[in-house]
Ligand binder design. Structure first.
Ligand code: NAD
Length: 497
């Protein structure tokens, strides 16, 4: 069994005493590693390493900082399959899905490689007579990232490439459920020649996070995880004077209009609801079927959900892997019971599957509910499993009202052939990421990712220009070179003449 470590100041730090926790292979239910949980001292040690590396890193020209990222990108591409195997082993998702998510993370590295262009700033000549003005962006300092289990490689890559490209140093606290991919990436950053201390990994749980929130040397915190923790992190870190972006949970709706291509819409729902066993913040967990779309979509979905190929992520036949932990598996099963008790129509029940040879794995089959209503808990709460709820709506108005009234607002999609409905939806939907005939509208790295309402706390979305703004402080300079002519003291508020 692997004994994992922290990564501080360029070194693997193994501690033999102190708290630790198990890492499981969710396909077999076996413990495959032991991960140390950093205490206050160890966490502060990592922050101190980031602090001492900061001055030199911040004054390294951006073009040189980018070169380390180019090298890291090359190494990541070389080791992509290996990292995908690690992700699958600890998370359970299928290998092609793991590869896809790593690729999406690497797109952020590609964006960060162009940082000299992005950080060029703005210059205005002669804003007043013989006065010039320019704006520059400078690093915030020491930044921390706290990440969830569902994308152990991609979500950290939403953060650290841009943070370090902008001249910050970074402390990552990945999920304790699947910490090996971030440690692998830390080694590749070292191999890429990144100076020690610029990137550090602290493993652990709430104790490490609380230390990060309190430490006065941390300037900015990026968090991705569940809404209840996101809100706590936001409240506590901002009270401690830090910048915070805290992305939370979701309940993404996909509206299917009666004029949609029903085969295309059902393909989209299958992938978006059941890919990665529904453990994606952009998973579609609610299909809102308008009018006759209801029967059409159910007719297509039912047989496909029943015949979903569930199995270990490293089996090329699997379309969907297991859930992350035994506790989460039990929680999702409990939601299915709740849905039944609430009166939703359970058309496909995923609780009955048995996989030969994987009896201790956390496998749940695809589950489909029809006639779900907005008052039900299975509609209101994030389940984060392979459970799709179909809600019937009479009109586009009623369907989009549901999207707008839900407390989460991460992503929302519409499937239609009516440009008018699509445009209206795009304009007024109360969600941060909108898809038109695209079920999972995850923005590319050069745009920014983030929801609205309870899906985000803080002002900046993640990566793209928003990421650059989050990880930099704006400074605007106004400058005049004296010509020898004195204009005397100015007692009125200065305005340019
Ligand atoms: P989580 O909130 O349990 O954990 C996220 C991180 O917070 C982990 O590093 C964990 O160790 C830490 N943490 C957990 N409890 C804590 C506590 N009490 N105090 C301080 N830190 C704590 O989330 P998860 O189960 O790992 O991930 C799934 C959740 O993440 C889902 O709700 C999903 O929607 C959300 N998510 C959101 C996005 C997004 O972009 N909005 C992306 C991915 C996942």
């Amino acid at each position: 069994m692997d004994k994992l470590h922290h990564f501080i100041n360029g070194n693997a730090v193994k501690l033999s005493n102190g708290r630790s926790g198990p890492v499981f292979n969710p396909s077999s239910g076996e413990q495959i590693a032991e991960v140390p949980y950093a205490d206050e001292d160890t966490t502060n040690e990592a922050i101190a390493a980031a602090k001492s590396a900061f001055p030199e890193w911040a004054s390294t020209p951006s073009v040189q900082r980018a070169r380390f990222l180019f090298k890291f990108l090359e190494l990541m591409n070389r080791h992509k399959e290996e990292i995908a195997q690690i992700v699958t082993r600890e998370h359970g998702k299928t290998i092609p899905d793991a590869i896809g998510s790593i690729t999406r993370g690497l797109e952020v590295v590609e964006f960060a490689c162009g940082i000299p262009q992005v950080l060029k700033g703005e210059f205005s000549e002669n804003v007043g007579t013989d006065i010039d003005s320019w704006s520059i962006r400078q690093p915030v300092g020491i930044c921390a990232g706290i990440t969830p289990f569902n994308f152990p490689a991609m979500v950290p890559m939403w953060m650290f490439p841009i943070a370090i490209a902008c001249g910050n140093t970074f402390v990552l606290k990945p999920s304790e459920k699947d910490p090996s991919a971030p440690l692998f990436m830390a080694n590749l950053l070292k191999e890429a020649g990144l100076p020690d201390g610029v990137f550090n990994v602290i493993n652990g749980d709430a104790e490490a996070v609380t230390t990060i929130l309190k430490n006065p040397d941390i300037g900015a915190i990026s968090f991705v995880g569940s809404t209840s923790i996101a809100e706590k992190i936001y409240t506590s870190a901002s009270a401690n004077g830090k910048r915070v972006q805290a992305l939370g949970g979701a309940k993404n709706h996909m509206i299917v209009m009666p004029d949609a291509d029903m085969d295309q819409a059902s393909d989209a729902l299958m992938g978006a609801a059941f890919g990665s066993a529904g453990e994606r913040c952009m998973a579609v967990s609610v299909a809102v079927a308008v009018g006759s779309a209801g029967d059409e979509i159910i007719k297509r979905l039912s047989p496909r959900v029943s015949s979903l190929k569930v199995g270990p992520g490293n089996d090329s036949q699997s379309e969907m892997g297991p859930l992350i932990t035994k506790q989460h598996f039990e929680k999702v099963k409990e939601y299915i019971k709740i849905g039944e008790n609430e009166g939703a129509e359970l058309l496909v029940d995923g609780r009955n599957i048995k996989l030969q040879g994987y009896e201790n794995g956390y496998f749940l089959g695809g589950t489909l509910f029809d006639k779900v209503t907005p008052s039900m808990r299975i509609y209101k709460e994030e389940i984060f499993g392979p459970v799709l709820s179909v809600v019937r709506a009479k009109s586009f108005e009623e369907a989009s009202y549901l999207v707008d009234k839900h407390e989460y607002g991460n992503g929302a999609a519409i499937f239609t052939r009516d440009g008018d409905a699509a445009r209206e939806f795009t304009h007024r939907a109360q969600a941060g990421m909108i898809g038109v005939n695209v079920p999972i509208p995850v923005p590319m790295a050069f745009h920014s990712f983030g929801g609205w309402k309870k899906s985000i706390f803080g002002d900046h979305s993640i990566h793209g220009t928003e990421g650059v703004h989050f990880y930099t402080k704006l400074k605007t300079v106004t400058s005049r070179w004296p010509t020898g002519i004195r204009s005397g003291a100015e007692y009125n508020f200065p305005s340019m003449k």
